[in-house]
Design a protein around this ligand. Structure first.
Ligand code: ADP
Ligand code: NA
Length: 360
């Protein structure tokens, strides 16, 4: 088979939680470890995307650093995978502009993410209306960056001529848009079939990986925006914190036994099963099969054991890389340098062809 080029990005939003880990980052690490020698992997900390929701500069600096530490801690290897900050490679923004000149505004208007983000950001605005056509493109709160975000995302993927992009279901629409950008670009600039620059990126669906719910309220997704500290476990939590949070995790009074996997009627129990299974490469249902005769208390103990041991190395690495010492600062600078250089080389190979195709 032809070598794959895998690209994925994550926003620098602080230390990842268990949902980010089991739902995405652990899969990245598994992809790295199962990749064939000629496959290439790019993992980007997409700090330009983070600017669509402005905050404090110091916080962003800290978040960037914490995300890099996290990616190293989960086992991404800078010698095998290209790990880099999006903003260190100016070609991302350059290609975004070029793609925006052939991308359809109407298509962007129909996408759902800017609408949902806008609604979350401005809950009191008229955008809260239940009319599906609201919020509108003329909402004053809609900034252009948030609206055109999918073009930057397309540029991220196409710049490295990615063939495979791991995404959750919420991002499938954006992958389709990226494919649309490929067609639009080649056709608008009359690039002949045999000298096409961008392959059509394929989706690697992460939907079969674990979906982790809040430990405090299993009706909601575990999410960084949830202010309840009992709702989530961070990948650098220590053993005591992990055990405490799982002890507090909400289950139910349906039965004191695990029983069948039943996310509808027993979401709290199903969530613990999902987490337990996630660390063993099993589904929640498979985990339930093995321990359905056990009590909920045993389920909690087993889940806590699985999380503690499953994250032990990650936590250790996190402390190792995250500690603010001169040795570490030097090491991180070197890793940043390696990633930046490798990503820029890949970017420039593509951009030479792009500029040539459009007369620049
Ligand atoms: P959050 O939902 O906390 O804001 P992000 O949107 O930054 O997290 O998601 C980063 C990655 O983690 C995405 O691939 C997303 O699908 C995945 N992810 C986030 N929350 C969960 C969860 N609760 N369960 C499984 N995967 C998740
Ligand atoms: Na999210």
């Amino acid at each position: 088979p032809k070598p794959k080029i895998i690209f994925s990005g994550i926003q620098p939003t602080g230390v990842p939680h268990l949902g980010n880990y089991l739902g995405a980052l652990k899969q990245w690490k598994d992809m790295q470890d199962t990749a064939r020698p000629l496959d290439k992997l790019f993992f980007s900390i997409v700090d330009l995307h983070a600017l669509t929701i402005p905050g404090s500069a110091d916080k962003l600096r800290q978040n960037r650093r914490e995300m890099l530490t996290s990616l190293l801690a989960i086992g991404l290897n800078p010698e095998r995978s290209t790990i880099f900050y999006q903003s260190s490679v100016p070609q991302h923004a350059e290609l975004q502009w070029i793609l925006s000149c052939t991308a359809s505004t109407g298509y962007l208007t129909r996408m759902t993410q800017w609408k949902s983000k806008l609604t979350t950001l401005n809950p009191s605005s008229p955008s809260q209306s239940t009319t599906p056509s609201n919020p509108t493109i003329s909402s004053p709160a809609l900034k252009h960056g948030l609206f055109s975000y999918p073009i930057l995302q397309a540029a991220d993927i196409l710049l490295h001529t990615a063939t495979h992009v791991p995404v959750g279901s919420d991002q499938k629409q954006h992958l389709e848009f990226a494919r649309e950008c490929v067609t639009n670009f080649h056709s608008a600039w009359s690039v002949p079939l045999e000298s096409r620059i961008f392959p059509y990126p394929q989706t690697i669906s992460l939907d079969s990986s674990s979906r982790v719910m809040s430990l405090a309220d299993p009706a909601k997704k575990m999410s960084k925006s949830d202010p309840n500290p009992k709702s989530k476990i961070f990948i650098n939590d220590d053993e005591a914190a992990i055990r405490q949070k799982i002890k507090w995790a909400r289950t139910d009074c349906v039965s004191t036994y695990v029983g069948e996997y039943d996310p509808v009627n027993r979401p709290g129990v199903a969530n613990l099963l999902e987490i337990l299974g996630g660390f063993a490469g099993k589904t929640g249902r498979e985990a339930a099969e093995e321990i359905k005769e056990e009590t909920l208390q045993t389920l909690k103990t087993l889940t806590a054991d699985a999380v503690v041991s499953g994250l032990a190395e990650v936590r250790e690495n996190f402390m190792l890389f995250g500690e603010d010492t001169e040795v570490n600062r030097q090491r991180v600078r070197e890793i940043e340098e390696i990633g930046t250089q490798s990503a820029r080389e890949s970017a420039e190979r593509t951009m030479e062809k792009v500029r040539n195709a459009i007369g620049l």
